[in-house]
Design a protein around this ligand. Structure first.
Ligand code: NA7
Length: 532
């Protein structure tokens, strides 16, 4: 019989979400434990240590907003912070708010079962303790289950194999090595220039070419930082009102690209290309809504790729033919330029697919490659992967995997019917990955904390999403996604990167109206949730 430990709330994950949840619930006087599979805090920023790993949201925005002292005392060194600096920041937060004593590291949650008789969750881990708690809060991240591709012979490769999302802690030195990298998503686009810098030769295996905009990273301008810090709360408030909670959309241009002249289009796109960052998609108001409009932006980027990459054949292979912004837009530093280096090659998997891995490299249909190291930059089983890997069962023993077999079903992305007292921070059905994650995380954490306080003051034991409100919410999430161009490509937002995963658009397109909806629900006595 496992030893039992009882808490008011168990939080799973000690990343940005789990740490803030812990902080808030402790402030409310609840007994909370955080269970974390790693041996340190940081979540995404603990695992993704690949060369060049960097946040695509500007550092003055990608940080907690809940403490004015914290945001004043911390200084970022660059416009976009690199992984080591973000991890130092998260460690600083854990230390500053004395969070570590409440975290159990190296503790991987394997199952969670709702005990209907006692209205409590029984959480089992790789350790010998059974955690018993009224509330279970999943702060497990949206991109935390690595997608290791199903490729014949993948285990037989005798060189070094890495996944960007499970990078070793000790330095990896590619000097003098032949390296292959599979994938051309955000992680690869960040890593490729750095790996190319070190290695003897680099071969990039591309299945789908990707759009990328220059990040224009650099040292953080001290005057700019001082100006923001002088009015940080107002800056935060302004950004929270922006689409995706990103400050760059403050300067969005409310004009249709279809109404603009050719010189006007060029001027607007070029200005934003020079500024760098996601603001490129704010150049005109219909780029993410109308295919003709979208293609004008896409053609601008293809033109830039053709200007940058000197071999026209390579340039054409790198030119994406899909909707821009449909997959998560990438930001880069000298990504396309890297293909001009003599030791960097590109393999187009559309015409020369991978057949298998061999002991010494990769066998494609038309050619064979030998490597010392292979990097899989193949992404994640996003949004649901980590939740479904845990054996979660709710009322009548229904398993979450069963409840979500047609795709995730939630109300507001926060809870799912049949599973009382379990909350998902930035769960499927919430804006999460389509926003500055920290802002969405804070909003969810604060909503959950309020809900728990409400329950306490009304002596409620359980809260659960009502089935009808959940059905309506899932329909709403799909309906608004269908008004955009998001469903037009094979993205991880749709689960399309994982063989066999149901194709459902998972995040909610609609920050900040989503926040208003959540507030409205609270103002109406938690409309759509039932309490007992
Ligand atoms: P992504 O964006 O999912 O990119 C994964 C890449 O790996 C992408 O180019 C995929 O091609 C490719 N891939 C995946 N499986 C295979 C197989 N089996 N064979 C060949 N190529 C494959 O993951 P990232 O880690 O780069 O970024 C994830 C998020 O992190 C990103 O969106 C940001 O939010 C931060 P595909 O496009 O599917 O053809």
């Amino acid at each position: 019989m496992n030893r039992r430990k009882k808490f008011d709330a168990v939080v799973v994950g000690a990343g940005i979400a789990g740490l803030y949840m812990l902080h808030r619930l402790r402030e409310c006087g609840l007994a909370v434990v955080v269970l974390e599979r790693a041996d340190g805090v940081g979540g995404t920023w603990y695992w993704n240590r690949y060369p060049g790993a960097r946040c695509d949201v500007e550092s003055l925005e990608y940080s907690y907003t809940f403490s004015e002292e914290l945001q004043q005392e911390w200084s970022w060194s660059e416009r976009y912070a690199g992984q080591p600096e973000i991890l130092r920041y998260i460690e600083h937060v854990a230390d500053r708010f004395d969070l570590e004593p409440h975290i159990e590291f190296n503790t991987e949650v394997e199952s969670a079962r709702f005990d209907e008789q006692e209205s409590q969750w029984l959480v089992r881990t790789n350790g010998s303790v059974c955690y018993v708690s009224q509330f279970l809060i999943m702060a497990t991240g949206c991109l935390s289950s690595a997608n290791i591709p199903v490729i014949e012979g993948i285990e037989s490769f005798k060189g070094n194999a890495y996944h960007t999302g499970k990078w070793p802690h000790e330095p990896v030195d590619f000097s003098g090595q032949s390296v292959g990298i599979v994938g051309t998503g955000s992680s690869a686009i960040q890593a490729i220039p750095h790996i190319a810098d070190q290695c003897k030769s680099l071969t990039v295996f591309q299945r789908t070419p990707n759009y990328s905009i220059p990040a224009r990273n650099g040292s953080l301008d001290l005057d700019y930082e001082a100006r923001i810090k002088a009015r940080y709360p107002q800056f935060r408030q302004r950004n929270r009102a922006m689409p995706a909670a990103l400050g760059c959309f403050h300067a969005a241009n409310n004009q249709s690209v279809l109404d603009a002249t050719e010189p006007e289009r060029r001027r607007e796109f070029s200005k934003r290309w020079e500024i760098g960052g996601f603001g490129f998609l704010g150049a005109f108001n219909d780029l993410t809504l109308n295919l003709d409009a979208n293609d004008i932006a896409a053609e601008y980027v293809r033109g830039r790729i053709r200007e940058t990459v000197s071999d026209p054949r390579v340039a054409e292979t790198l030119c994406p033919d899909s909707t821009i912004g449909c997959k998560r837009l990438c930001l880069d530093t000298e990504y396309f330029e890297t293909y001009n280096l003599p030791h960097v090659d590109l393999v187009d998997l559309r015409t020369n697919p991978i057949e298998r891995l061999t002991g010494s490299g990769i066998q494609c249909a038309k050619s064979q490659f030998e490597f010392d190291s292979i990097v899989f930059a193949t992404g994640f089983d996003a949004m649901t992967g980590t939740l479904l890997r845990i054996d979660i069962s709710g009322r009548q023993g229904t398993r979450l995997e069963q409840a979500w077999n047609e795709g995730p079903k939630t109300y507001l992305g926060l809870m799912t019917h049949g599973f009382p007292n379990i909350f998902f921070i930035s769960g499927p059905g919430s804006p999460s990955v389509l926003t500055n994650m920290i802002i969405s995380i804070e909003q969810h954490v604060e909503w959950i904390e309020r809900c728990l306080s409400y329950m306490q003051s009304h002596s409620y034991t359980t809260v659960e999403a009502e089935e009808e409100s959940q059905v309506a919410w899932v329909e709403h999430v799909n309906a608004i996604a269908d008004k955009t161009l998001y469903p037009t490509c094979n993205s991880w937002y749709l689960g399309a990167n994982i063989p066999g995963k149901p194709r459902v658009f998972m995040p909610h397109v609609g920050f900040p109206s989503y926040v208003e909806k959540c507030e409205h629900v609270v103002a109406n006595g938690y409309e759509g949730f039932s309490f007992a």
